[in-house]
Write a protein that binds this ligand. Structure first.
Ligand code: BG6
Length: 505
């Protein structure tokens, strides 16, 4: 990996869960190349008074849990990991700067630094100030700052945080994380759209009837009730992950694959999208006790750290309209929720039905001029996780003929499975950390983009509408059918993995 330059990767919040689950494993993978491992180092920092050894031990545990061999892991941890306590108040930036400079001298590093803020959002501001005031916003090499989501919790707070960041860092030093953008299949959306003239020529209001984006999770809020209850699903999932998917589906072809060319097009989509009306375009929900994957699970209000009378939504479904030449009149339906029947991230693009159909689904003859015949529409399913891949649904003639001698149609699919073709899908964090280190901001959210996205949802956040109850293990509250008939009872399975010949339901 020649483009990975020698650097120091500094993790704020190094004793936390994200460091253990995602950052350390991703950095370890990136440093499997011996050349890289000899010139790239990680400095963890947090308030806990840990030693280098204590940090290495935690990293070893994390990597062992992921199935890595003790020997290889121990060597890497001993050589590449260091720890610096940020002081009991978390404000000893002078001490941090001294340690960074000392390590760089000792390890013969050129001063390239990445600062990854894996912190509770309320301390992003103090950390940015601390770095800036200690002069850690510049260095003899490159300096980059990485901010985890959520970036703000509404438009005002996102603007304030942007101002704070820009007081000390230039925009091209800032990497705002949305881990969905690191998912291989999300990036594949662009390849699929702009690498295939076939689909791009149909990708507009003339041919597309509607777009449905589903991000469902079978898990509940787990141990994150404290954070989640302050946030809710619109802030936690819709404003960022689902909105990123929407922009990638709806954007115009960029002038080039340059980061700003792509992000310019995404921002244009957000600016062209009408703010949803909280009364008519949005349905919120909160899960009650139920059964998921055959196991009984408690309701949201029974989760740890969630108030018994919480009104926070764990589900959101909404309709968005992108008012531009390509999409005017094509609704985008978004839905996301916790404790739904299964994990599924999927985009369903439904094409318009044939203008005149010669067939009826039951095989009865159809006279277009007189009967109301409608062929099932073609549909493209883009499944982002699990079972990553594409399915195109189309109609064929079923073998033989029906009783009255006419043709009967049956739905079939053309399918592509990412894993069958390429093997296991890489972890999003590995992709993103690599891009930070090589300085490619394409998969990160730009300052104006994050503000445009918060602005879009301002009416929902201000309205604070009540959440309808839904039973855990269902597809959300019945009220969702108001947006899209029968949506509350459907989630599609990939036909290639479902029982042969079964229709998607
Ligand atoms: C996070 C949310 O950003 O994304 C979580 O805070 C959610 O609530 C998670 O569970 C889902 O990510 P993934 O990659 O499992 O779909």
């Amino acid at each position: 990996m020649p483009d990975i330059q020698p650097h120091l990767f500094v993790i704020f919040g190094a004793t936390g869960d994200l460091t253990k689950r995602k950052l350390i494993p991703a950095l370890y993978h990136l440093m499997q190349d011996e050349d890289v491992a000899q010139h790239c180092y990680v400095l963890g920092t947090a308030r806990s008074n840990w030693s280098d050894e204590r940090f290495r031990e935690a990293a070893r545990d994390a990597l062992r849990e992921k199935g890595h061999s003790e020997e290889a892991v121990s060597e890497w941890c001993a050589r590449n990991l260091f720890y610096q306590c940020l002081g009991a108040e978390g404000d000893d930036y002078g001490g941090l700067r001294d340690r960074i400079e000392q390590l760089e001298r000792h390890l013969d590093l050129p001063g390239n630094r990445a600062f990854y803020l894996s912190l509770p959002p309320r301390i992003y501001g103090p950390a940015i100030e601390g770095l800036g005031n200690a002069g850690l916003n510049t260095s003899p090499g490159w300096t980059r700052i990485v901010v985890e989501k959520p970036f703000g919790d509404d438009l005002d707070s996102a603007q304030a945080l942007n101002e704070q960041v820009h007081t000390h860092f230039d925009e091209d030093q800032v990497y705002r994380i949305d881990h969905y953008l690191g998912k291989e299949t999300v990036q594949n959306l662009m390849a699929f759209r702009f690498g295939n003239a076939l689909f791009e020529s149909l990708w507009n209001r003339e041919h597309i009837d509607r777009v449905e984006i589903t991000v469902s999770e079978s898990l509940g809020v787990g141990g994150r009730g404290g954070y989640y209850d302050q946030s809710g699903h619109v802030r936690d999932m819709v404003q960022n992950h689902l909105t990123q998917l929407l922009t990638l589906v709806a954007m115009e072809p960029p002038a080039s694959m340059d980061a700003d060319a792509i992000r310019d097009e995404k921002v244009k989509v957000l600016r062209a999208t009408r703010q949803p009306d909280p009364e008519t375009d949005v349905v919120l929900g909160q899960y009650e006790a139920g059964t998921v994957n055959g196991e009984p699970v408690p309701g949201y209000r029974g989760e740890p750290d969630v108030p018994e009378d919480s009104g926070t939504e764990t589900f959101a479904a909404l309709r968005l309209d992108v008012a531009n030449w390509r999409w005017q009149g094509v609704p985008f339906f978004l839905r996301a929720g916790k404790r739904l029947p299964r994990k599924l991230t999927q985009i369903a693009v439904r094409f318009q039905s044939a203008p005149v159909s010669l067939f009826q689904a039951d095989g009865a003859p159809c006279v277009p001029q007189t009967a109301n015949c409608e062929a099932p529409p073609n549909e493209l399913l883009i499944t982002l996780q699990p079972d990553e891949g594409f399915d195109l649904r189309f109609e064929v003639k079923a073998p033989g003929s029906s009783e009255n001698g006419t043709m009967t149609l049956e739905t079939q699919h053309l399918s592509f499975s990412y894993e069958d073709a390429f093997g296991p899908v890489p972890d999003a964090y590995e992709t993103l950390l690599r891009d930070i280190i090589v300085g490619d901001p394409t998969l990160f959210v730009r300052g104006d983009e994050v503000e445009a996205s918060w602005q879009l949802y301002a009416p929902i956040l201000e309205a604070d509408a009540p959440a309808h109850a839904y039973e855990a293990g269902t597809w959300g509250p019945d009220a969702v059918d108001r947006l899209l008939p029968s949506w509350s009872s459907t989630g599609r399975v990939r036909p290639a993995r479902a029982s042969a010949g079964a229709d998607m339901q």
